[in-house]
Each structure stands twice: as structure tokens, then as C-alpha cells.
Design a protein around this ligand. Structure first.
Ligand code: GTP
Length: 597
């Protein structure tokens, strides 16, 4: 297709505002799929995405639309709607010239609408603002348009009114895409230069690389080079998603498509990297490449230790399709053999866990998450720390650093006091507020990521009765008064239970952990001391009095079946005892402490 007839665009929207439904409507209107197929063939094709109703991976689609006697090629590059995948959003924006900025006509502007809206503006994209779900009886178009104007400086006259569900306004939207979004620039005669904005793994074809052609063209048989790694491959196949993979012979400048080249390992294909011709390479790679950095880590252990190899295999399979997920073997005193896994964020972590549970029969324990830390050592070297076990001795540490995020909340104005209190408790630094209307306000803070992943999202939802939304971006690492806190059982340090905490909350966290431990460890013939300590200094202490703990004391009345259950549970737990010094600690105790609440 000549570039004058190509339009590349994406849809930016908060979760659940109707992005996928609108994309389906595009497919319907342009005849790419039939009504009958639409259920089976939607953009959110992965089961898990359907279950959760969240777009996780981008699924591009090419549609054709007749306008004033010309056949236009429209490439919709879908973007994930969640903060964990911010970098992927930025790469898909870089593949477009325009963005549909979609707001739910009832819910209005939300945190991701604002965050990704600004990303698109920064990327110089032409913005087409739309109000979606205009069919809703309780839609508030004027109110929401007012918010778009206030939050994103959008001209109210530019806003289109659409319903992805009924199809109202969709023809006008297709016309607006053609009229308002500029065609791609790009020199067909220049050396090949293409942006990799996504990829997936196919068992037969190897890695399928999703590209936006900037300059030149791509042909089957061509020898290409991935500029990050310098690796060279020969293109074996290529095509477009219409929406199913459809073979074409050449991808020209300005176009969007996929290719395969017998690439076996997804780690060799970096999102954001530049593809060029191996013999006639382009001078400079495209700007903006970043290495995906897992920011949240947690341990993953099979409950049954002989399932370790099965777990390794299952993780390997997941990794095939997701290069931002990492895992390395780890041994824990309490939980045995497992893996320390790195995720982009909390949602990414949840998705991986759910995929594991769905795809394998494994019974897994996931330990509480921690963020990545940086430690500047006295000798001047900086080390990255993925878990408490990797923290160097206190004596070697010059400075402890934690990741800081800029976090924006979009909340009802009446909750502003409660939310500010919450942020202060979590070591937040106030940045600014901005009123969208009398009722709604944007609140911006800088805060340690560690505080954000702990329980902030749940707290936000409860404080705002579900109406608040949030979005954040990582700013970098900043020095903080962090300490490694050890847990001692009867004088003996238990590595698996160490945590990294801010000094000011060490005592509270320590007490909490010891309380949980005390509930799980049986009484012994002697008194058992439980301690939380920073170096040699004990910050919290609990004792388990000598004598056997009577588990059935918890049950009131004489419900014998319940007692039996408890007895048998206790017997089972006993089978997996871990000897720490003279003290027997059941595996349950480790779970209680390490597992996330
Ligand atoms: P994520 O993939 O999580 O980002 O969600 P999404 O933005 O793709 O939302 P999706 O298309 O899954 O729609 C969310 C909900 O809104 C679904 O229950 C849809 O049926 C409903 N919905 C979407 N568009 C419309 C619309 O135009 N009108 C009405 N009434 N409901 C809609």
C-alpha cells in the first residue's frame, strides 16, 4: 500500500472503558470478521485476558476501509492498559502517527487515560478524543468532555461520540482517523529500518516479530540484523494480522506487519530494538530503546519439593512468550528448592501466577513480594539486590537505595484528606493537586515503590469506595534508611524469613512477623524465644511458653468433626517439620510468614 493510504493508530483508554469492544466493532464495520466470528476472534484472544477482562499483550490488526473511492489500510496497534506495561505502551505509541483517546462517557477521565494520554502527546501523535459508551442511559457527556478539557487540554469540539457496543459513531470515527491522522512518513529507498514493538513465540515458526517499518522494505529471504545484539537472521515468512496471520510478500515503508526468521529464543528479540538490513545497514538505530527491568521480585516454591523440575519447565514455557519475566533457582531454609522470580510489577506477577496455576498442576507457594534495591558499597561498587538474602553485610554498606515512583491518583474530591494521610504514612512526598471539576481531583506524590506494592491499590479502592484510580512510573533509585531485619528462632537466624524494611517501620513489621510465627510453632518442653533483629540489636521479641500447645482449645463446644480436622491437619503439618536448632518449625510457619496476606 502506498504510504498516503496508510494510517497507523492505537487506542488509549483506562481499563474497562471499552477498548476491545471498539476494536471488535472496527473489525465488524470493515468486514474483516463476521458477527458470528467475533466472539471467537477478538483482539483479546488469550484466555487469561478474557477471564480477567484486561488487555495484557498487544494484538495488532490491519483493516481496510473505503473512503471517497480510495481503499485505506488502517493499522490498529493495541496497547496494554496497565501501568506494569508502560514501556510496551511507549513502544507501540512510537509505531503510530495517531491515537484514539477514549474515555467512558459515564466513568469519565481516569488515571490511565491521563497518563497514557500524555505519553501519546509527548510522542507527537495526533489525538482523536472520543467519548465511548454514549448509549449508556446514565452517560454524562458534557461532564466528561469538561474533564477531558481540564485534564488533557482537549478542544471540546474535537470530541466524537461513539458506542463500541451499538456501533453508533463508529463510521464517523473511521473517517476521522483517515482525515486527522497523518499518513506515515518514511523513505522506501533508504536502508531498512523497522521498530520491533512486540513479539510472540510460536512452536513451529519460532519467534514472530511485530514490526513497524520506518524506512526501506522487508522481503522474504532478506538477511537482517537486530541492532541491539548484532545478531543476523534470514527472513523466512512475513505477513499482517487481518486479524488472523495473513501472508504477504513484502512489508513496505510505513506499514505494520510481522516476520519470522527462525529465531529460537525470545530473549534475542528486544522490544524497542531496530531491525535493519545486514548488508546495507541504517546508520543509527531508532531512539528510545530500554532494557525491560523487573522491579518486583518474589520467591516461587513447589509445596512438594520433588516438583522442582516440573516448576522449572513450566517457568521456562512462560518465559518463551515473555522476555520481561525472569527466574533463577533459589534455596530457602524453610521452603526448600524454588525460584526467585522478577516481574515488571504486581499485575504482571499475578498474571504469571495465574498462568502457572492454569497450565500446570503444580501446587505453589509464592512469597511476599519485594522491590529491587541498589546498594552502594564502601568499596565504591554498586550492586543490585533482588531479595533480602542478597543484601551485603551492614558493615559493607555505604548507602541503601530503593526505587521511587511518581504516582498519580484520580479520586473524588471528598477523599483527598484520607488519601493524603495514606500517602504520608507510606513515606510519600506531595507533588501537586489539580482539580478536574468540583468533584474530582488529581493527586500526585513521589513514593517508594516498596510502599506502593504492599497494599496501596486495595487501600485506594476502599478509601474511595472503588472510584479512585492510580498510575505510576518509576523515577529511579533514591537513598533511604533501609535495613535488613533478621528473624531468630531460639537464637538461631532463619535466612528465609529476613526482610528489607525501612528503619522506621522495622519494629512494627517485626512484631507482626513474630506474632504469626508464634501461632504456628508448637510449644516445646522449654521456652522458645522469637526475635526480630537488625544486626545485633533486637527490635521485637515474643516468647512461646514451655508446654505442649493444645490445638483443639481454639474450638468452642464439642464439634468433634472440626476437632478431627484440626488434629489431622496438625499431623500432616508435623510431617514437614524443619529443625532449627532445638526447635521444630512446621512448614506452615514459613508459609504464614512469607506468603502474601
Ligand atoms: P481492558 O482490556 O481491560 O483495557 O478493557 P477494555 O477497555 O478493552 O474494555 P472492554 O471492551 O472489555 O469493555 C468493558 C466493558 O464495557 C464490557 O462489559 C463491555 O461490554 C462494556 N462496553 C464496552 N463498550 C461499550 C459501549 O459502547 N456501551 C456500553 N453500554 N457498554 C460497553
Amino acid at each position: 500500500t502506498p504510504t498516503a493510504l496508510i494510517r497507523n493508530f492505537c487506542i488509549i483508554a483506562h481499563i474497562d472503558h471499552g477498548k476491545s469492544t471498539l476494536a471488535d466493532q472496527f473489525l465488524l464495520k470493515t468486514g474483516a470478521v463476521s458477527e458470528r466470528d467475533i466472539k471467537a476472534q477478538t483482539l483479546d484472544s488469550m484466555d487469561l485476558e478474557r477471564e480477567r477482562g484486561i488487555t495484557i499483550r498487544m494484538h495488532p490488526v490491519t483493516i481496510y476501509h473505503e473512503h471517497q473511492g480510495q481503499k485505506y489500510e488502517l493499522n490498529l496497534i493495541d496497547t496494554p492498559g496497565h501501568v506494569d506495561f508502560n514501556y510496551e505502551v511507549s513502544r507501540s505509541l512510537a509505531a503510530c502517527e495517531g491515537a484514539i483517546l477514549l474515555a467512558d462517557a459515564f466513568q469519565g477521565v481516569q488515571a490511565q487515560t491521563v497518563a497514557n494520554g500524555f505519553l501519546a502527546m509527548d510522542a507527537q501523535l495526533k489525538i482523536i478524543p472520543i467519548l465511548n459508551k454514549i448509549d449508556l442511559p446514565h452517560a454524562r457527556p458534557d461532564f466528561v468532555i469538561g474533564e477531558m478539557e481540564q485534564a488533557l487540554m482537549i478542544d471540546p469540539d474535537d470530541v466524537l461520540r461513539v458506542s463500541g457496543k451499538t456501533g453508533v459513531g463508529v463510521d464517523e470515527l473511521l473517517t476521522a482517523i483517515i482525515d486527522r491522522v497523518p499518513p506515515p512518513a518514511g523513505d522506501p529507498a533508504a536502508p531498512l529500518k523497522a521498530l520491533i514493538y512486540n513479539s510472540h513465540f510460536d512452536t513451529y515458526k519460532g519467534v514472530v516479530v511485530y514490526v513497524r517499518m520506518m524506512d526501506g522494505n522487508l522481503k522474504i529471504g532478506q538477511r537482517i540484523k537486530l541492532m541491539r545484539t548484532g545478531r543476523e537472521y534470514v527472513v523466512t515468512d512475513m505477513g499482517q494480522f487481518r486479524p488472523e496471520m495473513t501472508k504477504i510478500d513484502e512489508i513496505g515503508a510505513g506499514m505494520v506487519g510481522y516476520f519470522t526468521a527462525n529465531i529460537k529464543n525470545i530473549d534475542n528479540v528486544n522490544i524497542g530494538d531496530t531491525v535493519t538490513d545486514a548488508l546495507h545497514p541504517t546508520a543509527e538505530p531508532l531512539a528510545g530503546y530500554k532494557e525491560p527491568k523487573p522491579m518486583v521480585y518474589s520467591g516461587l516454591f513447589p509445596v512438594n519439593n520433588n516438583e522442582f523440575e516440573d516448576l522449572r519447565e513450566a517457568l521456562g514455557k512462560l518465559k518463551l512468550n515473555d522476555s520481561s519475566f525472569t527466574f533463577t533457582p533459589e534455596v530457602s531454609d524453610g521452603l526448600g528448592f524454588g525460584f526467585r522470580c522478577g516481574f515488571l510489577g504486581m499485575l504482571h506477577r499475578e498474571i504469571i501466577q495465574q498462568r502457572l496455576e492454569r497450565d500446570s498442576e503444580l501446587n505453589l507457594v509464592q512469597t511476599a513480594p519485594n522491590v529491587t534495591f541498589e546498594v552502594l558499597k564502601r568499596d565504591g561498587t554498586v550492586v543490585t539486590v533482588h531479595g533480602p538474602q542478597d543484601v551485603p553485610d551492614a558493615g559493607l554498606i555505604e548507602e541503601f537505595r530503593e526505587p521511587i515512583v511518581k504516582i498519580s491518583f484520580l479520586i473524588p474530591a471528598e477523599n483527598i484528606g484520607a488519601l493524603m494521610g495514606m500517602c504520608t504514612d507510606r513515606r510519600g512526598t506531595f507533588v501537586r493537586t489539580e482539580y478536574l471539576s468540583k468533584q474530582r481531583v488529581i493527586l500526585v506524590y513521589e513514593m517508594p515503590l516498596g510502599e506502593v506494592i504492599y497494599d496501596l491499590y486495595d487501600k485506594l479502592k476502599s478509601v474511595t469506595h472503588g472510584y479512585g484510580t492510580m498510575d505510576y512510573e518509576v523515577l529511579g533509585f533514591r537513598a533511604a534508611d533501609l535495613v535488613k531485619m533478621d528473624i531468630l528462632v531460639h537464637g538461631q537466624k532463619v535466612d528465609a524469613l529476613s526482610v528489607v524494611v525501612h528503619r522506621s517501620s522495622a519494629e512494627r513489621r517485626g512484631r507482626l512477623i513474630l506474632k504469626k510465627l508464634r501461632e504456628e510453632i508448637d510449644r516445646h518442653l522449654f521456652e522458645v524465644a522469637l526475635q526480630a533483629a537488625i544486626g545485633a540489636r533486637v527490635v521485637a521479641r515474643e516468647n512461646i511458653a514451655a508446654m505442649r500447645k493444645n490445638v483443639t482449645a481454639k474450638c468452642y463446644g464439642g464439634d468433634i468433626t472440626r476437632k478431627r480436622k484440626l488434629w489431622s491437619k496438625q499431623a500432616e503439618g508435623k510431617k514437614r517439620m524443619k529443625q532449627i536448632g532445638q526447635v521444630e518449625v512446621p512448614q506452615e510457619a514459613f508459609l504464614a510468614v512469607l506468603e502474601q496476606d
